[in-house]
Design a protein around this ligand. Structure first.
Ligand code: GLA
Length: 659
């Protein structure tokens, strides 16, 4: 099966198209303007359940037939959605118990979207019927090149606590733990007298006035991700019979905490990601890169699809910050640089009514006279020029561990400090590496990491014995492992590994940690190397490792803060402090050099350089012109020889000159 859609050629360009919002004459204009902009692929029907099935069991495909045919005549391919994210009013009326319920016990209301529970039998049956009918009708249509199931599973609500979910949860627990003794042991129910004597006694971990068993919460997070996944699979299996690839759009790989995307990824025929900039965040292009790198990593290095991003303002953020001139282009091409074979937007034409009318679109309310429209047309031309990039691979020598289970566990209540945040540590390491011009892959700690020169483990609190052994083998085999504080502390049940911390990693790190000394809010510590740390300090005892740096102040002044342990043919390093990105850079720089990681030198910090296949992408995020030496070839975007200069805010994509 093709891993990405059979769009005519090159990098797909387009976006979500919601023709049901518009009369026929506007649709006609839409298709004409799509051709003008160079659109090659649209996602259709993502929210059009009620148009497709206006009453239960009554289907109306005429309107969809007409637009699919019209798009086909215009040479535009269709990524056809199953509209299950928008249950119609008749569905909610007929099945009122299908509304999701929050952990606090609030029943979600209608009038929005995503208001049916993935575990509810009536919702499942209706979803399967819709997928059957769509597959029957459009499976052979030449315009339909792929399927788009549902929309952004887990967003905004990951966990549902309705009666159907609770029943499904008990079944899931029986499969996972097999017998009650095993469950009682895994959840540590001896504590606070929580022992269960019957499966039916077990409830979902609803909101309570104090902390609910963390192992139970962790299992519920796993269960919730699996339930949505099984709703996806139900539709996917039906649609796959058409022989066309099936995907679903992730609600931002780095932002979607509720879905374990390592489990989802192998179930999709192509990875599809939605990415929205946080308009107010400085240097938000760094987090765009991170989202793209995680998307590529989930795709196992293969090309993936940028399914949605924005041309400008995002209406669900507190302030709809417009993109500055050139920003949309840089954003789009950065995704392509990092492995996307598509540049797609939400949405084609700005809505006049409904919840998202203040969201930017490819065709704004102001029409073709606007700057955004002109930029979209120009971007379409750029994307066409990048056809040779399609299918190219990005290779990375450095990997950063990312594990959703550890993310969930770390951020449950009553940890050593409430300041622990998974993204804070991952972001700090990622930012430091980005500014060192190092492209990274993300890996699950149990994955095959043997090919990486450096692996970073940012606060991986939950680590199974198996993953710990995997990391140990990596170091034994010659790898350079960098572990940050509060890693390898508990197993998959949130049970502390036996013996001194960090139980799972003590041997490979050659040290033990006696006591944690979390810092007060705004308190910092300094390391002897000069870096500043926040959140954390701890008492490290060396058991074979050597101290590279010590705490210069704070509760552990004079004790090791950064250590190094030669183990087998490799080295395991440990950082006991929460260094800022600026503090991490020199430390990482030395490690990268030591491990022989190749990286460009003497580049301006704001110049993003990524190699994809034979092509080098240079994206200048800074206000000054950037010069790159030692790189020659043709700039695909201009067709002219690359001069070495990248103007402020500009992009070059350098292809080697053919001999
Ligand atoms: C999400 C959804 C889209 C749209 C955009 C707006 O990504 O999938 O339907 O709501 O957000 O940013």
């Amino acid at each position: 099966m093709s891993r990405y859609p059979a769009v005519p050629e090159g990098i797909a360009f387009g976006g979500d198209y919601n023709p049901e919002q518009w009369p026929a004459e506007v649709q006609e204009e839409d298709v004409r303007l799509m051709r003008e902009a160079g659109v090659t692929l649209v996602s259709l029907g993502v929210f059009s359940w009620v148009q497709t099935e206006p009453r239960e069991g009554v289907y109306e495909f005429g309107w969809l037939d007409a637009i699919v045919d019209r798009l086909h005549d215009a040479g535009i391919s269709v990524n056809l959605g199953t509209p299950t994210a928008a249950p119609p009013a008749w569905f909610s009326r007929a099945y009122p118990d299908a509304f999701p319920v929050t952990r606090e016990g609030v029943r979600v209301g209608a009038g929005g979207r995503q208001h049916a529970c993935s575990s509810h039998p009536a919702f499942r049956a209706a979803s399967a019927r819709l997928a059957e009918r769509l597959a029957e009708r459009y499976g052979d249509h030449p315009a339909v090149v792929m399927w788009h199931v549902h929309n952004e599973y887990g967003a905004p609500l990951g966990e549902c606590y309705c009666a159907a979910s609770t029943a499904a949860w008990r079944l899931w627990l029986r499969r996972r733990h097999e017998d009650l003794d095993a469950l009682n042991a895994a959840w540590g129910t001896a504590f606070w007298g929580q022992r269960y004597g019957d499966w039916e006694e077990i409830d979902a971990p609803r909101w309570s006035h104090t902390v609910v068993n963390p192992a139970q919460r962790l299992d519920y997070a796993r269960f919730a991700s699996e339930e949505h996944l099984s709703h996806f699979r139900l539709q996917r299996d039906i649609l796959r019979r058409t022989g066309k690839p099936v995907t679903t759009n992730f609600a931002g790989t780095v932002n979607c905490k509720s879905m374990d995307l390592w489990r989802w990824a192998p179930e999709l025929d192509v990875i599809a990601n939605d990415h929205y900039l946080n308009g107010e965040q400085p240097d938000n292009h760094i987090w765009l890169s991170m989202s793209a790198d995680l998307s590529r990593s989930l795709a196992g290095g293969e090309p993936w699809m940028l399914m949605e991003h924005s041309t400008g303002a995002i209406s669900w953020q507190a302030r709809g910050i417009a993109k500055r001139p050139g920003e949309m282009r840089r954003n789009s091409l950065a995704h392509v640089a990092r492995g996307s074979d598509s540049v797609l937007f939400f949405q084609w034409r700005a809505s006049r009514s409904g919840a998202e009318k203040w969201h930017s679109a490819m065709l704004p309310h102001g029409g073709t006279g606007t700057r955004i429209w002109q930029d979209v047309v120009a971007l379409g031309a750029d994307v066409r020029r990048l056809a040779p990039v399609r299918g190219g691979r990005v290779t990375a020598e450095v990997a950063v561990a990312w594990d959703w289970e550890s993310y969930w566990a770390l951020e449950l209540e009553w940890r050593p400090t409430g300041d622990l945040a998974f993204r804070e540590r991952v972001d700090a390491f990622y930012e430091a590496l980005w500014r060192e011009h190092v492209t990274v892959d993300f890996v699950h700690p149990s994955a095959d990491i043997s090919a990486y020169k450096v692996v970073v483990l940012p606060s991986s609190y939950l680590l199974t014995e198996g993953s710990a052994k995997n990391l140990q083998r990596y170091v034994e085999g010659g790898g350079h492992l960098l572990v940050s504080y509060f890693s390898g502390v508990v197993d998959e049940h949130d049970t502390v590994h036996e013996g001194p911390y960090p139980g799972a990693l003590r041997e490979v790190l050659g040290l033990s940690v006696e006591e944690f000394h979390p810092l007060r809010e705004h308190e910092t510590v300094t390391l002897t190397g000069g870096g500043t740390g926040r959140v954390w300090s701890e008492r490290v005892h060396l058991v074979g490792a050597r101290a590279e740096q010590h705490f210069a102040d704070g509760p552990d002044a004079g004790h090791p803060a950064y250590t190094s342990h030669d183990f087998g043919a490799g080295t395991a390093r440990y950082l006991a402090a929460g260094l800022t990105p600026a503090g991490l850079r020199p430390l990482l720089g030395a490690l990268l050099d030591r491990a022989g990681v190749s990286r460009p030198r003497d580049l301006p910090e704001n110049l993003e350089l990524v190699r994809r296949g034979a092509h080098t992408f240079l994206i200048n995020h800074g206000p000054a012109p950037a010069t790159v030496t030692g790189l020659s070839g043709t700039d695909l975007l201009t067709g002219a020889p690359f001069t070495g200069d990248v103007p402020p805010g500009g992009v070059a994509v350098v292809a080697p000159t053919q001999e």
